[in-house]
Design a protein around this ligand. Structure first.
Ligand SMILES: Nc1ncnc2c1ncn2[C@@H]1O[C@H](COP(=O)(O)OP(=O)(O)O)[C@@H](O)[C@H]1O
Ligand SMILES: [Mg+2]
Length: 333
């Protein structure tokens, strides 16, 4: 990901006053160095003397994509809401929001978290054989997600219309991109309907999910905390939305780098076991989550296949893996 130095925040920039008053009011004449952290408008600001660092996330004030703007603007409230469930302290918490200012398109200033993300541990496992280390981090991530889901479980079932619409949106994008033919598109949508007709998916309880459980959105700190960032896509839905997203990301991380579709399997199994282990009836929980996993894992693989920084043939392969996963999963009992 792009991560480069852009210079200093100018005194005349309205952001300067915000950083000064909200981040380090006690420092005399602070200087803020800026680094770009993402292709989206995410920047790191480090105060020169104190070394205090924060992240700023922005939206374009005149952007016509209202849905996207609302999502970005909503992150501040999402962080506050989840922190209100007790995710504001060690060992599991979400990053602390500091301020926002919509007049200048500033959706959020939040504290900077020092540590390593899951992506770092994935690479160490793949290139250096550090499997045990990755397993340990996955156990901690499973525990984070379990507590999040358990604390926010609602009395009603998931809204599958949203899941259906999202699946369709991803498939349409892949069709427009040329990854899927029209015939493929129909086949995937048929498989989706079969899945959504199952009581297995319909009877799942709604919980609050992180909504973007990718390897760069969880940071492991030196003192052993798991910190979630990037809560733009937080929503109410099936626990599997998060759990299977981690599984799909694991599958992709290994398949992409090793070409072998099986190398991720022990890690996926370990993650699902670690998650279910927290349930009162762990066997039943493992079974239920394993049965729902192929649908949501396939959705993640399809979601990743949209990324044009990935090789064309690999994207097709990922879409194919998703189809196999959907088909195979329908046979499980
Ligand atoms: N609070 C934070 N602490 C440390 N790093 C962060 C923080 N927020 C964002 N980052 C870094 O910036 C990257 C992009 O930020 P993120 O909020 O995930 O936006 P997006 O994924 O939508 O571009 C993250 O993957 C991470 O490397
Ligand atoms: Mg992110």
């Amino acid at each position: 990901m792009s991560n480069h130095y852009l210079g200093k925040v100018d005194y005349s920039d309205p952001l300067y006053e915000i950083l000064y008053s909200r981040v380090c009011p006690d420092i005399k004449d602070p200087l803020f160095h800026v680094k770009r952290m993402s292709l989206h408008s995410v920047y790191k600001y480090t105060e020169e003397k104190s070394k205090i660092a924060v992240i700023g996330k922005f939206f374009k004030i005149n952007d016509t994509k209202q849905e996207q703007i609302l999502r970005i603007k909503g992150e501040y409230d999402n962080l506050e809401k989840i922190r209100g469930y007790g995710f504001d302290a060690s060992p599991n918490y979400v990053v602390r929001p500091i301020t926002r200012d919509e007049r200048i398109g500033l959706a959020l200033i939040e504290e900077f978290i020092y540590g390593r993300d899951l992506d770092y541990y994935l690479k160490r496992a793949i290139y250096e054989g550090k499997s045990t280390l990755l397993m340990e981090r996955l156990s901690r991530l499973a525990s984070f997600l379990y507590v999040l889901h358990e604390k926010t479980e609602m009395a009603y079932n998931v809204e599958l219309d949203f899941v259906s619409a999202y699946f369709q949106k991803v498939i349409n994008k892949l069709y427009i991109q040329g990854i899927l033919s029209d015939c493929d598109r129909k086949e995937y949508l048929k498989l989706k309907d079969k899945w959504l007709n199952r009581t297995l998916l319909q009877n799942a309880k709604s919980v609050i999910v992180h909504g973007d459980a990718t390897p760069t959105n969880f940071i492991f700190t030196q003192r052993g905390d798991v910190v979630a960032i990037d809560l733009e896509r937080m929503k109410n839905t099936d626990i599997s939305f998060d759990v299977s997203m981690v599984c799909g990301e694991l599958k992709h991380a290994f398949l992409w780098r090793t070409g072998n579709p099986y190398t991720a399997e022990p890690f996926i199994r370990h993650f699902l076991k670690s998650y279910s282990r927290h349930s009162y009836n762990r066997k039943k929980a493992f079974k239920e989550i394993t049965l729902r996993n192929p649908f949501y894992m396939a959705l993640t693989e399809l979601r990743i296949a949209r990324n044009d920084y990935l090789d064309w043939n690999y994207r097709k392969r990922l879409a194919y893996e998703a189809k196999e996963c959907l088909r195979w999963g329908l046979k499980l009992k």
